[in-house]
Write a protein that binds this ligand. Structure first.
Ligand SMILES: Nc1ncnc2c1ncn2[C@@H]1O[C@H](COP(=O)(O)OP(=O)(O)O)[C@@H](O)[C@H]1O
Ligand SMILES: Cc1ncc(C[n+]2csc(CCOP(=O)(O)OP(=O)(O)O)c2C)c(N)n1
Ligand SMILES: [Mg+2]
Ligand SMILES: [Mg+2]
Ligand SMILES: [Mg+2]
Length: 334
């Protein structure tokens, strides 16, 4: 057996088989966006970490040091949002070669501190090491969630509406531009897609509003692509999910770029990843009310993209035809 056969998720399963040695100190362990730990009568503590590695998550001569710092925290705040919570603190572990300019690392830190300030989270510690080659940032994040606001991947219910908080595929479209700069796309559209890729915004404000809704069930953030996250919800909840292909929200800029590059923007939305929008499920009678409030507050809508079914599996519906949605998404060891 080698890594390529089992992939990233098979690897995690294998090495984390034995992980609970003190059940009284854990509410939810490995398998959701954050670990959930006991805190006090009204709240749980949330904890998670995500790492950004040069040449895997970013190219240093493309995104600015500020954006790398900002994104390293944004992806972690996104996991806190996906639990229904809000961040309270971060620890920043950073490694870079000794030849690195100090100014550049200070710019990375400016991005880190700006996003922490924006979302009221403290920087409470970290670690600093040298590397032989390349920049590495690992962020550990802590957050809080009111017990009644906790939303797990395993909470989808049959007949729920599946919704997403925004356009999907923009980040992958942005990556296409990063890797192939001389595309004949209008400058403004290019900038917009690049920003979505380099400096994503976690859905923390959106979650504050989602938490007020009745009937909100499962939540997940889209780091590996809609197909992968929908499958995680379906499997964890022991249900199926149908996604209506025509309802997957794509931006005009992504559609334009797809025409130019002869790529399929749906592939970006389903398998590209790094959009950091949320995908959730809500009782079918509660969606419209939530969406009306959402439109008032954010001046944009939620997207009803599918439904939860009794029959297991993940399906794509187009022109009343139902096909199995190919499993896939970003996999570090594929
Ligand atoms: N090396 C590891 N050891 C223990 N747990 C891990 C490891 N890698 C990932 N996990 C856990 O596996 C789950 C899936 O990880 P991942 O796909 O990175 O989550 P996310 O997309 O929410 O960042 C999470 O609960 C994460 O904490
Ligand atoms: C240079 C470069 N190549 C490829 C990508 C695309 N990419 C890298 S990691 C990733 C998935 C998300 O990162 P991951 O570490 O899997 O985050 P997690 O799922 O743990 O939140 C994607 C889409 C990129 N951002 N930059
Ligand atoms: Mg992760
Ligand atoms: Mg993550
Ligand atoms: Mg991933």
């Amino acid at each position: 057996m080698n890594l390529k056969d089992i992939g990233e998720f098979g690897f995690i399963k294998r090495v984390t088989k034995d992980s609970i040695f003190n059940p009284s100190e854990i509410i939810v362990g490995i398998g959701d966006d954050c670990a959930v730990l006991p805190l006090d009568e009204k709240n749980y503590l949330l904890a998670s970490c995500d790492m950004l590695i040069e040449n895997v998550h970013f190219l240093k001569n493309k995104s600015t040091p500020y954006q790398i710092g900002y994104k390293s925290v944004a992806v972690n705040f996104s996991d806190i949002a996906a639990m229904g919570g809000y961040p309270t603190g971060v620890m920043i572990s950073i490694g870079f070669p000794k030849e690195n300019s100090l100014e550049e690392i200070e710019q990375v830190y400016q991005g880190i501190s700006d996003i922490c300030k924006k979302y009221n989270a403290n920087i409470v510690g970290g670690d600093t090491v040298s590397t032989k080659d390349g920049l590495v940032i690992n962020v550990s994040v802590f957050g809080k969630v009111k017990k009644e606001h906790l939303h797990l991947r395993s909470e989808a219910k049959i007949d729920d509406i599946v919704f997403t908080t925004g356009n999907l595929g923009d980040s992958a479209a942005g990556l296409e531009i990063v890797l192939n700069n001389d595309l004949l796309l209008e400058e403004q559209s290019k900038e917009k897609l690049l920003l979505k890729h380099y400096q994503p915004e976690p859905c923390l404000k959106e979650v504050e509003l989602l938490n007020q809704a009745r009937g909100l069930h499962a939540l997940n953030d889209i780091s590996d692509g809609l197909a992968s996250e929908a499958r995680e919800i379906a499997e964890a909840s022991n249900v199926g999910i149908e996604i209506y292909e025509d309802k997957i929200p794509l931006s005009n800029e992504a559609k334009e770029l797809a025409l130019i590059t002869k790529k399929n923007p749906l592939e970006w939305a389903l398998y590209g990843g790094e959009d950091f929008q949320l995908v959730g499920t809500i009782h079918k009678d509660d969606f419209e009310k939530l969406n009306t409030t959402y439109e008032k507050v954010f001046n944009r809508s939620l997207y009803n993209i599918g439904k939860v079914t009794k029959e297991k599996g993940v399906f794509l519906i187009k022109d009343n035809q139902r096909t199995q949605l190919k499993a896939g998404g970003y996999n570090h060891f594929a």
